[in-house]
Write a protein that binds this ligand. Sequence first.
Ligand code: NAD
Length: 271
Amino acid sequence: MIKQGGTYVVMGLLDHESISYAVGKTIEKFGGKVIYTVQNEKFKRVFLDRGSELSEDEVNALNIEFCDVTIDEQIKTLFEKIGRIDGVVHSIAFANPRTCLGAEFHTDAVDDIKQGFHISCVSLARVTKYAQLAMPQGGSVVTLTFDSRNAYAFYNWMSVNKAALEALVRNLARRHGKDLVRVNAVSAGPLFTKAASKIPGFGNLSDTWQVISPLPWDTEADKYEIANAVAFLLGPYSKKITGQTVFVDGGASIIGGQMLPHERAAVEATV
Ligand SMILES: NC(=O)c1ccc[n+]([C@@H]2O[C@H](COP(=O)([O-])OP(=O)(O)OC[C@H]3O[C@@H](n4cnc5c(N)ncnc54)[C@H](O)[C@@H]3O)[C@@H](O)[C@H]2O)c1
């Protein structure tokens, strides 16, 4: 599914709940090598502290670099340092939950809005610019988004960032076609992670999925379904796909209204 022995940079590791961790494990399962990035030294400690179930060998085998995506020099240095790569996963977002998410959409905290836009959207362009130099024969960049075609309660300015991120994916795909670098997004349904826990009313979002998703949706286990789709977009089976937002959300995004009781799955799917 991915290039055997290929090297992939997976950005945005926080803990074992992170989507990036599921993506990294999946890449390794399919025969790739993973370089994770964490925001800074403190975040690496957070990851190791919360990962007490990892053996010493597993910890030693982890390749973890630092990169704060608001600091251009760090992005540049990262991609100069690590040598040739085959792809990048951008699994990064932030918006101040006190001002940019919540019951009230309007906020006077314009600097917080700008910070959220920089981290959650603009950073994909900065990462792609420098990562492309480490992919001289082409490669794949994949980012993570959440349905921006609809306005959800509480998600507010992050929804605006995600709409911009999806537009950025299309523009980057156009710009980097000549470099044979593809750029795509996976639009995931709600999953329990640290970032999700910061969204006031996240429970409401996950409950919504139970009534609008045609396929059963599991906010824990389906992280690995997201990871499978990311691996597909990283690898050679998606060679002619670029600029797309691929929905991996149980189908929720195509439903008008709610799923009615007679439309629900009677049993858990096995395939
Ligand atoms: N959890 C969900 O329900 C869900 C659904 C759809 C999309 N997503 C997206 O998936 C991506 C990963 O989120 P997650 O849910 O795994 O949460 P997470 O909290 O595990 O990951 C978010 C990561 O962003 C990083 N980050 C924030 N600011 C940064 C900065 N300045 N520099 C570098 N890194 C920075 C954090 O350190 C963290 O590692 C995000 O883009 C999120 O919006 C999540």
